[in-house]
Structure formats: structure tokens, C-alpha cells
Design a protein around this ligand. Structure first.
Ligand code: FES
Length: 127
């Protein structure tokens, strides 16, 4: 698929999701979650379509996407490894675990290994 075709495909699938959900109260977050479910991430090409569909500025949509770490700007690896970074786990040494995992994988949080096998994400309490 060419870049142009991929971008058109993203725009049309995004528009379909917006049509389906824009009647919801506070539709932006559910739409973003649905887009991430559809594509595995929130593609850059979807942002202007969302802004137009919800009558928001692109900056507003971009601000929400970048505020919530749940939304990915790129597809995740085949496995998503979530490491808790909240206080209780930190007191039990999660910082050292995170440092070791980062070193072993050669990536930081929110990154994916070059072979696409693992994406590393921080979470704040799995309880
Ligand atoms: S503080 Fe880490 S799982 Fe709850």
C-alpha cells in the first residue's frame, strides 16, 4: 500500500469510528480508545480527521493524545511489557527492575525493541 493509500485508509476508518461515536457525551476519549483498538495506535493521520469531526482544533486533539500515556503514536511490539512504577512497587525495588529490563532490552519506557518484539510501558499500580 502506498503512503497516500494508507493515509486515505486511516482517514476513512477514523471517520467511520467518529460517525459511530460522536453522539456520546465527551466523545473524544472513547473515540481515541476505539481508534487505538482499530489500528493498535493512534495514527498521526487520524488527528486532523478527529479535529474536524468533533469541531476541535488539531492542537486540542494533539494535547489530549500526548497527555494520556495510554495512547501510542506508533504500533506496539508483539508483546507489551508493563512495569509498575507506583510508590508501593518502588518501595519494593521496582526502579532497579526497570533499570535492568531497560538495559537488557536496550530501550526506554514507551519504546519498542528494534526487532519489534517488545514494547516497554510504565503503569501506575496494576491492583
Ligand atoms: S503499586 Fe505497583 S501494582 Fe500497585
Amino acid at each position: 500500500m502506498t503512503m497516500q493509500a494508507a493515509s486515505t485508509e486511516i482517514a476513512s476508518r477514523t471517520a467511520a469510528i467518529i460517525d459511530e461515536m460522536k453522539g456520546l457525551e465527551g466523545p473524544l476519549l472513547p473515540i481515541l480508545h476505539s481508534i487505538q483498538e482499530e489500528f493498535g495506535y493512534v495514527p498521526k493521520d487520524a488527528l486532523p480527521v478527529i479535529a474536524d469531526g468533533l469541531n476541535l482544533s488539531r492542537a486540542e486533539v494533539h494535547g489530549v493524545v500526548s497527555f494520556y500515556h495510554d495512547f501510542r503514536a506508533k504500533p506496539a511490539g508483539r508483546h507489551v511489557l508493563k512495569l509498575c512504577q507506583a510508590e508501593a512497587c518502588q518501595s519494593m525495588g521496582s526502579d532497579a527492575v526497570a533499570a535492568k529490563v531497560k538495559q537488557l532490552l536496550g530501550i526506554d519506557f514507551h519504546e519498542t525493541t528494534r526487532d519489534g518484539s517488545v514494547t516497554l510501558e510504565p503503569v501506575y499500580c496494576l491492583g
